[in-house]
Write a protein that binds this ligand. Structure first.
Ligand code: ZN
Length: 247
């Protein structure tokens, strides 16, 4: 099965649509790792699009804050403002959809999918030491995670963890890694709506469970158009600016 893995779309319809256009015809199923809303200007439009994809989906921390099933008290002030704005915008049916999103992990085709860490949906996995913890207990050889907005991830061979290295230069769309038989992977598809790894392009991954390979994609999208909608909506300027730099 060819799986399109999306994460951290964050109400950025233009970023999501650029990803979907680039991935068209290349996948059989969509998995979404949560944070559908928060930060961006298009919460209802993005939820509508995700619903139409019939994706296997789990919730992220921004979906909980945006729907109000958790307060945003642990969010920084800028993220909290965006969460409150999101809650005011949501149509009742979309509010209900967000409130009922399942908790990860979920499994498909022998792969696991989580928002943050395997044992805690809200935990960030940034370092090799943090990755090792999850990799040692992982129920699958391949786990996809999001939450950090950093495309890439980790591979464990003989209990040694390394970062997964690849480069996607400007003008190139993707890098491919093989899934080795005796290795365990914790892979992040990147953020389609608010990248933070210094590459402003929308990120996503295509995983092929039969061919045993994963492609990490980056596609350009109309960032100023999204920024214009954010400014019109009165969303915090820091959130508007960071899209330019992918930080
Ligand atoms: Zn996020």
């Amino acid at each position: 099965m060819r799986i399109l893995v999306l994460s951290d779309v964050h109400a950025n319809l233009t970023g999501l649509d650029a990803a979907l256009t680039a991935a068209a015809g290349k996948f059989d199923k969509v998995v979404c790792l949560g944070d559908v809303v928060g930060y961006g200007p298009d919460p209802n439009e993005v939820i509508d699009r995700i619903k139409a994809l019939d994706a296997l989906i789990i919730r992220g921390n921004h979906d909980k804050a945006g729907s109000g099933i958790e307060d945003a008290s642990d969010f920084n002030p800028v993220a909290r403002r965006a969460a409150m704005w999101t809650r005011e915008q949501l149509r009742p049916d979309n509010l209900e959809y967000l409130m009922n999103l399942p908790i990860g992990p979920v499994e498909l085709e022998g792969m696991s999918f989580v928002h943050g860490a395997l044992h805690d949906e809200d935990e960030y996995v940034f370092t090799q030491a943090q990755a090792l913890e999850g990799l040692l207990e992982a129920p699958s050889a391949v786990t996809f995670f999001g939450h950090t907005h950093l495309q890439g991830g980790f591979v464990m061979r003989d209990n040694q963890v390394e970062a997964v290295h690849f480069k996607i230069p400007a003008g190139t769309s993707f890098a491919e890694i093989p899934l080795e038989r005796d290795a365990t992977y914790l892979l992040n598809p990147g953020s389609a709506g608010q990248p933070r790894d210094g590459d402003a392009r929308a990120g996503f991954a295509l995983a092929d469970s039969a061919a045993k390979k994963v492609q990490f994609w980056r596609v350009p999208y109309d960032i100023p158009a999204v920024q214009q909608r954010m400014t019109t909506a009165g969303l915090p300027e820091a959130l508007v600016l960071r899209l330019t730099f992918g930080r």
